[in-house]
Ligand binder design. Structure first.
Ligand code: DON
Length: 302
């Protein structure tokens, strides 16, 4: 299979696209990103790498960080984490507060904002946010095999400045006894974890630990890897998770920065970045390009 040629075709098709979606504006620093950007990378467990477009340009990974935090929270708490956060798709926007009232402050899953605030709270486990963020960066760098991965302080400050909805979610959960650390401490850690910058190349390589392929980094057990992939498949794209599973057939996690990290189990780590979002807050061209890749490679798990 000629992955380089497939990526060239995808890059050319995306360069022609006229409707590129809309860049997120609710975090001012994200609104400044050029919507014409497009990059994609495919990393194979044997070290081969294929790219197109802006695959070496760093962008804000945003909610993609929720995958790495879930891995850390599972490492700290094991299955006890599931007493504090559910494993079901929410069918709601990423920042929705609706279900929390009916469901006693237990978020539906670890990939909506409320659920990720809980996993951050669990991963903190009494440590200072700085220690948690150091551990998170060490985990991501080990997964990517690259130490040049950092938190973008300007994005983090922009998140803090506009984070009232996340504060509302966190205090609501605290009122239901579902926060262990002081709310401000957990939120500070959450805002910074969302502000990690990575390139498509780094993110594609970082996805390899979830492929379980021989040669890929073994950062979590096989059982845990399967469970994280299951959560990505069912909940990784908010209320468009079913659509992504239908069109792509691979576990993926999106962020409002326009990135998507995708796992082709046993085969490859994939990352795409196009800042314009669709109505559900997922990268519009990112989704279309991963759909093209899955179709051309036959990598759907189904
Ligand atoms: O919590 C927020 O608003 C952002 N920092 C992260 C949200 C995000 O990426 C949602 N994704 N599609």
């Amino acid at each position: 299979m000629d992955i380089a040629a497939i990526l060239d075709d995808i890059g050319a098709a995306m360069a022609r696209a006229t409707d590129r979606g809309r860049v997120a504006t609710y975090i001012p620093q994200l609104a400044r990103v050029d919507p014409a950007r497009f990059g994609m990378a495919v990393a194979l467990p044997d070290g081969r790498l294929f790219t197109t477009g802006d695959a070496a340009v760093p962008f804000s990974i945003q909610s993609i960080s929720k995958v790495f935090t879930l891995a850390l929270a599972l490492g700290r708490m094991g299955d006890q984490i599931w007493a504090r956060v559910g494993r079901e798709p929410s069918g709601q926007a990423f920042n929705s507060i609706l279900q929390l009232e009916h469901e006693r402050g237990i978020p539906r899953n670890p990939f909506i904002n409320a659920g990720a605030i809980v996993t951050t709270d669990a991963a903190l486990a009494g440590h200072a946010p700085r220690e948690f963020l150091g551990e998170l960066l060490r985990f991501i760098r080990a997964a990517a095999g690259d130490d040049d991965i950092h938190i973008n302080d300007r994005i983090a400050a922009s998140e803090q400045a506009t984070g009232d909805l996340n504060r509302a979610l966190a205090y609501f959960m605290a009122a239901h006894g579902n926060m262990v650390n002081p709310v401000d401490m957990t939120l500070g850690a959450y805002f910074h974890q969302c502000a990690v910058d990575m390139t498509c190349v780094q993110l594609a390589r970082a996805a390899l630990f979830l492929t379980g392929a021989p040669g890929a980094p073994a950062l979590v057990s096989a059982a845990r890897r399967r469970r994280i992939n299951a959560m990505m498949m069912l909940c990784g794209h908010y209320d468009a998770s079913g659509d992504f599973a239908y069109r792509v057939g691979l576990p993926g996690k999106s962020g409002v920065g326009g990135g998507i990290m995708v796992v082709a189990p046993g085969r490859a780590g994939i990352a795409v970045w196009s800042p314009g979002l669709n109505a559900q807050g997922n990268s519009k061209l990112g989704t279309e390009s991963v759909e093209m890749l899955a179709r051309a490679t036959g990598w759907s798990v189904f």
